[in-house]
Structure formats: structure tokens, C-alpha cells
Design a protein around this ligand. Sequence first.
Ligand code: MOS
Length: 766
Amino acid sequence: MTTTTTETQSPPREKAVGRGIDRVDGPEKTTGTARFAAEFPYPDLAYAALVHATVARGRITGIDVKAAEAVTGVLSVLTHLNAPVLKPAPARSMLDLSTMVSATSVNYLNTDEVHWDGQPVAVVVAESLEAARYGASLVEVTYQEFPAVLDFAAEEANAKPQPSSILGPGSAKKGDAEAALAVAPVSVDLRFTTPPHNHNAIEPHATTAVWDGDRLTVHEGSQAISWMRKHLAVRFGIPERNVRMTSPYVGGGFGGKGSIWPGTILTALAARATGRAVRMMLTREGVYRTVGGRTPSTQRVALGAGQDGRLTALIHTSVTRTGKVGGNSESVTEAARHLYDAENILVQQKLVEMDLLPNTFMRAPGVSIGTFALEAAIDELAGELGVDPIELRMRNEPERNPLDGKRFAHRKLREAYALGAERFGWAERTPEPGSMRDGRWLVGMGVATAYHSSVQFTANVTVRLSADGTVVVRCGFQEMGMGGATAQAQIAADELGVPFEAVRVEYGDSDLPTGPMAGGSAQTASIAASLLSACEKLRGSVLALARRSGDSPLRGQRLAAVEARDGGLYRRDRPDAGESYEAILYRAGRPSVEAAIGSESGLGALAGQIRFMAKFVNDQRRWVKAASGAQFCEVRVDPDTGEVRLSRWLGVFDVGRVINAKTAASQLRGGIVMGIGMALSEETLVDPRNGRVMNPGLGDYHIPVHADIPPIDIHYLDEPDPTMPLGLIGIGEVSITGVAGAIASAVHHATGKRVRDLPITLDKLL
Ligand code: MOS
């Protein structure tokens, strides 16, 4: 059975979970009272600006700061000659997830080495933003230049196999895919390329840092305050408890605020050097030069099939890049491991290390570009076979994970496509390319599968219930605009049987119980797992108070025999027998009761981490867990100019239980919008001669505007995943996957042209 929910037609439920409740942080944002990282006032605030290296690889031979120091208001010019000592960045380790935030290994202003064009080589601190930026423009640096690896296209042949890591496995195979491909009755063997992409959150990266003795407070738009706190403690050689990072609001992250980039570290360094509170707000160009983005890729997808459309060979290989001083290996072939039941499979990922700013997390790292190639190739094979592209997918839909026979925790792609085809009107599509028109526009319809693996992190949570029936949930997580606090309030309300309005969620401060990273589509489920346990513990404590009293109708009751509802605990067998929390706590003389999950002590936290990892690894061994979906789009292409306009979008997603129908739809839409940018316009241009980004700003790097986005119809298959807390699967990233593949296929349907090189700009269609 398939049930569907959209944010406009959610079924009436008395529970808070599932409802399309407005975000609790909405009023602060819409009235402008929300305080972002660059808005924390300090009476002695100074401003910092970066000086960027203008060579890709080399050594600083001279640095002239006199003109900058002479600017009125300039307090200090920090360089490698006078900056305070910074300890090295911790190397990444699977045993300590916090090390994931080490974006680069460069010891800023503690070295004369330059590792990318744009690396900060000096920081100017001044009484005003204008003086700092003007001063920075006057710093003169000379370099000895070294040969550098800068041309991705030229380096493809030098790529090395990518080792397996926490961010994804390297290579895998089943049978002999090359041999099967060679004898397949029908086959395609295709090469795809995607360009680098940069982060363009509404809020550019900003940091406000202040020292009090050897205590550091940092206000930062961050996706990982707990992990960054630890990183800063290591860098500045102080105990972790001496660092506090707050991040009450984040104006968009998408992975770009998931690691610690030089601006953050150098603001804290500047504050230490000057003894002032210091603020640094990166310019948009500053973000391009100091915050990594998405790797470019070249990919091969080769598919062999019998005349019946059953796949005999599936090959997906990729080459991507990292920086020599950091970066992530991306899981480009992830979807190819799980989507199609091919007899023979080969997936292989290769990497080149380059003298460029390292790449970083960017919404569905690897998978968003990998599903472009894989899904466009499936569409091409469907064309070769003369089979409908949805039908081809259904003929190859596996019962178990194709590579290793593991069970799927949740797999609803048949239902997703069936519902999507019906709602989108797929049957009206005539298969012949160029056969559908609307006036002068060529019309095309395309589909693609969305897929994103599901992970979780540890989360410490406390829940406090007060005698007046109000609840406070505390966890140091991050709100980037996706509605995390609202979702957790909904969960707590149901678990404790109180109104949604009675719950307050505190987040965005590393002094709170240690939260997870907001990344990997993992935050909501990670917190929910601990929140469910905390609420159960709390119900137990409250019941224990009641059980002790001879007056209580709950006397002698077991926890399993009572339920939390209507602001109290009630017997399941006798719904009228129970007590309000107020009555129980009042009688016990307790103003509140609190429950905590997770340890904050070093040893306890480590033990918790190890337990969690063991459970996680065991879970991953048993199940393949993922969010998935079916993307449907309609394009209109101008036959004379090659202009592509999207006219309709529909996505059906299997994301397990939906906690908030409104914020979930919004987040899924956002991923599709980001995918549309990737498909049609976004491209970072790196000069292969000097490694400099040539279009570092929104004037030249084209992200979609409102007029580029069609109506986006979102549907869920609202069925809980049995292996996830509350049955919810993370939704942050799945909806960007498949988007570019669906658009490429729709453009082919409209025009008969296959564009295998993103973005699909009009010059490639003429
Ligand atoms: Mo996401 S790319 O893990 O913020």
C-alpha cells in the first residue's frame, strides 16, 4: 500500500509528528531579530580582513606591511613573521569523528609555504571593516614559485585508486563486467564530465572571536560546533572546556560550514594577538578563495544488457580531485553499488591530488554528480533498447543489494515510480526525441532515481520536564534553516504527551550536551535516537515518583503499562486512571525531573563513541540503508537559442517517516533547486595556468534565481523505516541526487542531443 502526503494534504493527526508545523525560529528570522555569527556585539570589537596568496605553490620571500600599518585605524598586520603559535591540525581518524572538521593541514601564518592560490598569508586587524579591507589591499607579498599541479583534465591519467574511508568505499566488483560488456547484445559506453562547484550560502562565512584569559568564545555559522570546539582547543593548546562555539542560526551550510576553514582559525588567532574581540566576515570572493567546494569529475558509465533489458554489465568509474593539503574522497559511484541488479558490476574511484584549495562536503558529495552520469546512461541504454526508461529501471530493480546480497532496510522505488508516473502524467510522453512541442518550444520529459545512503552520529541529549508541564530539550546541534529544532520539539511533545507549544529546544551552543554534526543527512535521526531514549528515561523517573505514593492511581504500574498523554501519565488498560505531571511532581516536591543520554566526560564519551561505532558497523553489515526517490521533470528548449527552461518538477521520496511535512518538503525542494543549478548553470572556472578561480562571485558563477525554478511538487511515501529511530531517514541530501540526470534526459527527449558535460548550457545545444 502506498500512502502519500504532501504538505498541503497531510492527514489530520493529533500527534505533533507528521504535521506541517511552522518553524519555531521563523518569527526571529522574518523579523530580523535572529542573531547571526557576524552580529554579536562586543564593545571593543575589531575587524579582520585576509590577504590571499597569488601563487598556487611557493614560498613567501618578502612581505611588506608598512603601507597597511600606516592606514588610520589599522591595529595589527599579522603574518608568518609575527603571528602567535598555532598547533598543527589533527589528522583525520575514524576513531575520533571530530577530526573530520580538519579541512586542511596548513598551519596558517605559522609557515612561509603557499599551497593554493587564495591561501591566506596575512591578516589585517583594524578598528573598522573598511580600514581592515583597505589595509589588506596594501600588503605586498613576493614569492618564490614552485611547479604546481593545476590542470585537472591533464591529470586524469595520473589518478591513483581512492582508498576506502569513512566517507565511502573505494572500489568493488562482482563477476567480470568488462567481459560481459564486450559480449552484451546492447550496450553503451559513455564518458561524462562535471566541473568544480563552489558554495554560495546566503550567509557568507563569518566569525566573531573573543578571548578571556585562556578561554575562547567563537560565534560562527557552523555545521559542527562540538567538533570545531575540539579542533580549536587543539590548535590553541587549551583544554576543550575552555572553548565555546555558538551557532544559533546558520544562513545555509550545505557542507561548506562542516569543516574548519582558515577564516575561523585566523579570527581566533587575530583576537589572541590583539587582545580584542575580532570579527571577520568573508566577502563572497573570500569564500571562493578559502572555503572548498565540490570536486570536478570525469566518469565512465558502461552498461551492457540483453534484448530483454536485463543488465549483464554495469561499470561506473570516476576520477575526482582533492588538494595536496586536504580534502575529501567523494563517493561518486555510490548509487551504482545499490541501484541496479546487474549480473556483473565494477565500480572504481580514482583521485588526483592537486595544488588547489581542497574540495569539501557539498550536498550529497560524490553522489549528486555520480547520479548525473549513471542515470543519464540508463536513459541512453533505454533509448538503445527502445524501452521506456522507467520500465528499464523496474526490470533491473533488485530484491537485495546487487553487490553483496545484503538486505535493504527500506526500498520503495517501485512505489515511488508508480506514484510519480501517475501524478506527473508520464503516459502522455511520446518516446521519440523532438516529438513533443508547445508552440515554438521543444518539450522534453525526463526521469532519474535519487539515492543517498543513511548514516548516524552520536548525540548527547538532556530533557527536563517542569511541574508546570513545560519541557526543555537540550543538545548542541545546528540549525541551518532546515527546521531541526522544530522537528525535535515535535518528537519530544509526542513522547511526553505534551502540546508542541510546551516544548522548547535549546541548540547551537557547544556548552550544551555534545551534539552531532549537521551533515551526511544525519542530524535529525541522530538526535532523535537519543531523544527517544531520554524521554523514555524521563517517563520512568516520573512514574517512579508516582509509584511511591499510595494516593496515585499509577501505584505499582510498570512503565510499559502506562502512556504519556494529555500532560501526564495514564494507564493503558484504564484510560481514566492516571495523573498529570503537575500532580505527580507537586506531590513529590520536585520542581522538575531531568533525564540525560550520553556522557560528557572524556572517558565516558569515548566509551559511548565506541559503543555507538560498534552498533553502527554491525548495522551497516546487516542492512543497506538509504533514502531514495524518483525525480520527474519537464523542460522546454528554444530550438533557435538552445535556452533550457524547466516547466515542471515532481519528486516522490522514500524518506521513511516524515517528522514535519512542511519543513521536509521545503528541504527536499531546496535540494532540487541546488541540483537544477548544477545541471544548467553552475561551474567554477579554474585557470589551469595558475590555479586561480576566475569567477569568484555571483555575477559570474550562476546559481538559479526564482524565475529559473518551476513549481516543484513533492510527495512522500510516508512509511517508517524499521531500522531507524521513529522510522525516519535523513532528507538533507537525497533530493539533489538524480536531478542533473533527469534534466539531461529531458533535454535529450526535447532535442535529440545528449549533453554529457555539465552544465548543460545553450552553446552545447546549438
Ligand atoms: Mo552535508 S554535504 O554533509 O552538509
